[in-house]
Design a protein around this ligand. Sequence first.
Ligand code: E4P
Length: 227
Amino acid sequence: MKFFVDTADMAEIRDLAETGLLDGVTTNPSLVAKTGRPFLDVIAEICEIVPGPVSAEVAATDHETMLAEGRKLAKIAGNVAVKVPLTRDGLKTCRVLADEGTMVNVTLCFSAAQAILAAKAGAAFISPFVGRLDDIGESGMGLIADICEIYRNYPHFETEVLVASVRGPQHVVEAARLGADVATVPPAVLRQLFLHPLTDKGLAAFLADWQKTGQSILGDKSAEAAE
Ligand code: E4P
């Protein structure tokens, strides 16, 4: 399973990229607005740090303008995935960009029917928003299960299921259980994945016992220097 981070915050991206566990980045207009920085600069900078797909969303809603914006965004770097909304014009734009060899992430997916259309339009990624469905009392993970099952029935679909609007570690684990290809995760949730209280407790006990041995794996550096 691939992990993308869902943020436009450069400090967060740099920090998480250092773990070697980051496969890509997703942004959206709301996340870019939070940075207060020029959009194109932010995307270019992220693409320099993360070699995997970096989603950059168009701002227009009509096909012609979306296509022009998408082509401009795609020129920033080879790893840009142009993000388009799941609308008729969005999917029309997806088809053209995909045929031109550009990765497209179709966003704001809330139904299995929409996911089928995105796959037919040649999307590299479909982004179902699980948290926002849970928020209105529907099952976000139910939608992921439906899409994964449907895509498996059509092996020629190359679209990857990118679980978006993730609210906590349980969403990530459930997405992995269902076989989703990618989870895009807010930085705070990505950090939570590392944690378990028994890991901390176990490590503290091991370190205390190691201390009692009086040994050092790297040896006595000052003694070595004196030799
Ligand atoms: C995905 O690409 C979106 O940017 C994101 O996951 C939306 O999540 P939200 O519902 O927490 O805003």
